[in-house]
Design a protein around this ligand. Structure first.
Ligand SMILES: [Zn+2]
Length: 379
């Protein structure tokens, strides 16, 4: 048994200071304040030296890590993110790829998932194929801008199988319901997310009974449906804010470019402590850096000089969230571990509780990662 001593345990809604946590057989076996929790003889000891010990971070929306695309170098990406505290990751594929390319990428990631080094990848976040090409992804040449055709999408659904955890879609696209039904046929518990879209509230809400419960990078790549000048329209952002059941993903970069710090505080207020999910949306685009962004290291620009994801890891996103909104360490662990685990139904992790997987991260007060424990093993 491993005993992590002198730990500030980050629980779902409180802290346990000067605590010890026990790990056995890859699971959390117990914990408590050191002053009244005896440490059994023969325990291996790990001294957290007063740092915070929280549940491993869970990144549901991430394309890359440390300059490696998941679709190309999944092990390198996973290992980079693991060092930054991400013990569970969905590999994100994108709708700039055609069907054949997606099939190859799915095979590459699946091969990595079957190895010990790629074990932190637990499935796919399919940011493809049917979004509104008006919002991102090489809009002129997008391979999926034509009609929704079963013969085109079914091979992708079949290849990804039950490893598909989330499909992002634009509810305004004609025949989207047929795609949703076929994706559910393949995996009845799969979740859907609205993204790269200008759907109306009614179009989005119509898909909620089928499992739509996430808003992809909330307030980014969404329309505004303004029908009359000087009157604010209602569109994707308003629908995600309005519906309590919908989780809002947020990219939190150092300058608050993806989401303005004021907007971050507003979203935090609206979505509350249990419906906000921090994501990295990390990418490897190396387009020209536009004027005014000199020295910004955590944003990605595509070939057209448009913002295309980030170069964040989730630990840094947590740090930025604390800076921009005043969120506490307990809050950011909820946004980056507990909430994402609930959104995609991974109930065996995401919090410090007896019997949960011993995926743990030791961090300082600014979320700088000191050590990572993956399934009970120090990494
Ligand atoms: Zn996106």
């Amino acid at each position: 048994m491993l005993a992590i001593i002198n730990a500030e345990l980050v629980m779902r809604d409180h802290l346990i200071p000067e605590a010890v946590l026990f790990v056995e057989d890859g699971k959390i076996a117990g914990f408590g304040e050191m002053r009244n929790t005896p440490i059994p003889e023969g325990c291996e000891i790990l001294d957290a030296e007063g740092l915070y010990v929280g549940p491993g971070l869970i990144d549901i929306h991430n394309h890359a890590g440390g300059g490696h695309w998941y679709y190309d170098e999944p092990i390198e990406a996973a290992q980079f993110n693991l060092k930054h505290g991400t013990t569970t990751n969905l590999a994100c594929l994108y709708f700039n790829m055609n069907g054949q390319q997606l099939l190859e990428q799915i095979a590459t990631v699946k091969a990595a998932m079957a190895t010990p080094e790629g074990e932190s990848i637990v499935g796919f976040y399919m940011e493809c194929p049917y979004m509104n090409p008006k919002f991102g992804a090489d809009r002129e040449n997008n391979p999926w801008k034509g009609p929704i055709l079963k013969e085109e999408y079914q091979p992708v659904i079949d290849a990804v199988g039950t490893d598909a955890k989330v499909w992002v879609l634009a509810p305004e696209r004609e025949n989207i319901l047929q795609f949703v039904l076929d994706a559910r046929e393949n995996n009845p518990t799969v979740k859907f997310s609205v993204g790269h879209s200008e759907a109306s509230p009614q179009q989005i809400e119509a898909l909620m009974p089928y499992g739509l419960c996430i808003g992809t990078h909330h307030t980014n790549a969404t329309g505004d449906r303004v029908f009359y000048p000087e009157v604010r329209g209602v569109c994707v952002d308003e629908t995600v804010n309005y519906n309590r059941e919908i989780y809002a993903e947020m990219i939190c970069d150092s300058r608050g470019i993806h989401v303005d710090p004021y907007m971050q505080r507003l979203i935090r207020k609206i979505k509350g402590e249990d419906r906000l999910i921090l994501i990295s949306d990390s990418c490897v685009f190396d387009g020209p850096i536009p004027d005014g962004y000199d020295g910004v290291t955590d944003l990605c620009f595509d070939f057209a000089g448009e913002i295309a994801g980030s170069k964040l890891s989730l630990d840094v996103a947590c740090r930025n969230m604390m800076k921009h909104t005043g969120a506490s360490i307990v809050d950011v662990f909820r946004y980056a571990s507990y909430n994402p685990s609930r959104a995609i139904g991974l109930l065996d992790r995401g919090e410090i509780a007896v019997g949960k997987r011993a995926d743990l991260v030791i961090v300082d007060h600014r979320m700088k990662v000191n050590k990572v424990i993956f399934k009970g093993e120090l990494k």
